[in-house]
Design a protein. Structure first.
Length: 175
């Protein structure tokens, strides 16, 4: 499938982001899609938010660690070998969603915290910036405007908070 033409950015390069991931993917599915894309481009900034579906599906934390580490290496390659141009957002706590109202919120939160601890540790080791947005998702509990109509995914209103949290960090990375 061919992408529509887009105007170049100020540096003459394609200015629009390339998005590989899809909602619902695990780290393994993202790795597979990246390999299939044969992407060789480099970017000024690469972002990564992955892992919630590993947790949701009960996949082992050791598998997440290995696949997340590979994704960080790939993201760094996409950033032209510059780990300082990669930013990772923490995993949102879907246990606060209306969808999860009858589930064990404490167990979900604990598991999300374990996955995020792995991600933070791997980011530190790789020299990649980690931005924690999980507290924002937990604060959304009980506010239906923070969730999409499906009751599971976060709304644009919530994601705007993530962007506002990440923006000063990203801005500093790009200076």
């Amino acid at each position: 499938m061919e992408r529509p033409a887009r105007p170049p950015g100020p540096d003459g390069r394609d200015s629009a982001p390339d998005i590989i991931a899809q909602t619902g993917w695990t780290t393994a599915q993202l790795l597979q899609a990246i390999r299939a894309s044969n992407t060789t481009r480099t970017y000024e900034l690469v972002s990564l938010l992955i892992g919630v579906n590993n947790q949701y599906q009960g996949l082992p934390l050791t598998t997440y660690r290995a696949e997340f580490r590979e994704l960080l290496q790939t993201a760094t390659r996409f950033a032209g070998g510059r780990p300082g141009r990669v930013v990772v957002l923490s995993i949102p706590d879907w246990g606060q969603s209306p969808y999860a109202r009858r589930l064990d919120h404490a167990r979900i939160a604990s598991e999300i915290d374990q996955y995020n601890a792995v991600a933070r540790q791997e980011c530190t080791q790789a020299g990649v910036t980690f931005v924690d947005i999980t507290d924002l998702t937990r604060a959304a509990a009980g506010d239906p405007t923070q969730f999409a109509n499906d009751g599971l995914h976060y709304s644009g209103k919530q994601m705007q908070q993530w962007a506002l949290r990440a923006w000063p960090v990203v801005r500093q990375l790009l200076l």
